[in-house]
Design a protein around this ligand. Structure first.
Ligand SMILES: *[C@@H]1O[C@H](CO)[C@@H](O)[C@H](O)[C@H]1NC(C)=O
Ligand SMILES: *[C@@H]1O[C@H](CO)[C@@H](O)[C@H](O)[C@H]1NC(C)=O
Ligand SMILES: *[C@@H]1O[C@H](CO)[C@@H](O)[C@H](O)[C@H]1NC(C)=O
Ligand SMILES: *[C@@H]1O[C@H](CO)[C@@H](O)[C@H](O)[C@H]1NC(C)=O
Ligand SMILES: *[C@@H]1O[C@H](CO)[C@@H](O)[C@H](O)[C@H]1NC(C)=O
Ligand SMILES: *[C@@H]1O[C@H](CO)[C@@H](O)[C@H](O)[C@H]1NC(C)=O
Ligand SMILES: *[C@@H]1O[C@H](CO)[C@@H](O)[C@H](O)[C@H]1NC(C)=O
Ligand SMILES: *[C@@H]1O[C@H](CO)[C@@H](O)[C@H](O)[C@H]1NC(C)=O
Ligand SMILES: *[C@@H]1O[C@H](CO)[C@@H](O)[C@H](O)[C@H]1NC(C)=O
Length: 313
């Protein structure tokens, strides 16, 4: 009779220790997450349980909730993934707007993923409050929603944003006025955004931090030069699947001293890249150290496509 009791007590102790290894989350943020869930729920058609681990009863435990990561030091929520939450009802009508004010409690948030939700924009009147408290947000994934370029102005309020994925939203027509809001970025992914005309490099002359740029799957026409040389920090670029043409062997590329990856497939280019770019390598994980991998995985710089353009050597 004694041993089972001891075992039971040991198990309880172990469980207790494990539970308390997770730093309790900040109460304001726990309430904030529940408010967020309630809002999302009001926009779902209940075909599947929404965020089932986000329940009030898990006292102090919101850091163990699904799609939430807290800082191990401070207990603040630093990473929130609300991707593909299966919003159908309003999505079909294309009128589903997100209340960004609900993000206000998360002052320490660094990574936010709202991809794949069919969101058409922020709720009016809430926009100005929206991002003002997220002064630490560095990575934002808005891929596969219904945003238009109006979103960019509100992103300008994020002081340290470094990485943005807006792929599969309609950003046409993107002018210098909107590009200004993106000029501090290190990673910009605009795959399949309905963009056309000439490449926007002229208006990107002061994008001095930009390391990764993906403009693939748009409808850009004309030449890759002039002005690409101004993107002096560029390490990787994809322009695949556009309607670009002209010659590739132009010395302007030689200004891109840090360029390691390039994908130009699916265009109408002539000739080879200039020999100054000989040191292009295949995708190396080191390249993205410090940047978020899952944001960058969109960038398909496959080795095959690359070798296609290395045959000059
Ligand atoms: C952020 O959270 C998502 C889902 O919970 C996870 O897949 C991703 O790796 C996290 N990112 C970081 C940098 O912790
Ligand atoms: C973030 O949370 C997800 C589960 O929601 C988990 O799989 C992942 O390991 C967590 N990441 C970190 C860095 O704790
Ligand atoms: C809920 O979603 C299902 C698909 O998962 C769909 O067939 C159904 O019509 C939707 N209901 C409403 C009210 O939108
Ligand atoms: C958006 O969320 C905030 C914070 O919870 C709330 O005060 C506000 O009423 C909401 N706005 C709308 C239009 O629902
Ligand atoms: C957001 O920040 C403003 C000032 O920066 C502050 O007055 C306000 O209380 C903050 N809101 C929340 C919900 O923390
Ligand atoms: C680029 O120029 C705009 C104004 O034209 C400015 O607001 C922005 O901060 C500049 N960006 C960088 C990275 O210097
Ligand atoms: C660019 O795309 C828009 C919207 O799809 C279209 O109306 C316009 O004619 C296109 N312009 C060019 C030059 O292809
Ligand atoms: C590039 O394509 C355009 C049509 O989009 C055409 O007018 C132009 O002549 C082409 N230039 C070259 C160098 O092939
Ligand atoms: C390529 O790399 C090699 C060795 O890393 C270096 O010696 C050479 O100068 C580089 N060539 C160019 C064109 O940068």
């Amino acid at each position: 009779m004694g041993w089972p009791l001891v075992k039971y007590l040991l198990w309880s102790l172990l469980l207790f220790v494990q539970i308390h290894e997770h730093r309790a989350c900040i109460e304001e943020e726990r309430m904030g997450l529940l408010e967020l869930k309630a809002f999302l729920k009001s926009h779902t058609n209940y075909t599947k349980p929404l965020l089932p681990t986000w329940v009030y009863e898990t006292k102090g435990g919101c850091c163990s909730w699904e799609w939430v990561n807290c800082s191990t030091n401070t207990g603040h929520v630093i990473n929130l993934t609300l991707s593909n939450i299966n919003i159908l009802q309003d999505y079909v009508r294309g009128t589903w707007f997100f209340n960004v004010s609900l993000l206000q409690p998360f002052k320490e948030l660094r990574i936010l993923d709202l991809s794949n939700n069919g969101i058409a924009g922020w709720l009016r009147n809430e926009e100005s409050n929206g991002f003002s408290n997220m002064s630490k947000l560095t990575q934002l994934n808005l891929r596969d929603n219904n945003f238009d370029k109006e979103i960019l102005r509100s992103l300008g309020a994020l002081p340290v944003l470094k990485s943005l994925d807006l792929s599969f939203n309609n950003m046409w027509p993107l002018s210098s006025k909107e590009l200004v809001y993106l000029s501090n970025l290190e990673v910009l992914i605009l795959q399949c955004c309905g963009l056309n005309g000439s490449l926007p490099f002229k208006d990107m002359a002061n994008f001095s931090n930009l390391e990764i740029l993906d403009l693939s799957g748009n409808d850009f026409t004309g030449s890759i030069t002039p002005y690409i040389g101004a993107l002096s920090s560029l390490k990787a670029i994809s322009l695949s699947d556009n309607r670009l043409n002209g010659t590739l062997n132009t010395p302007e590329f030689c200004a891109l001293k840090k360029l390691e990856e390039i994908d130009l497939a699916g265009n109408g280019f002539e000739g080879m890249l200039p020999p100054c770019l000989k040191n292009l390598t295949s995708l190396s994980s080191d390249l993205y150290k410090g940047l978020i991998l899952d944001m960058v995985s969109a960038l398909d710089l496959s080795f095959n496509k690359l070798t296609e353009f290395r045959s000059f050597s």
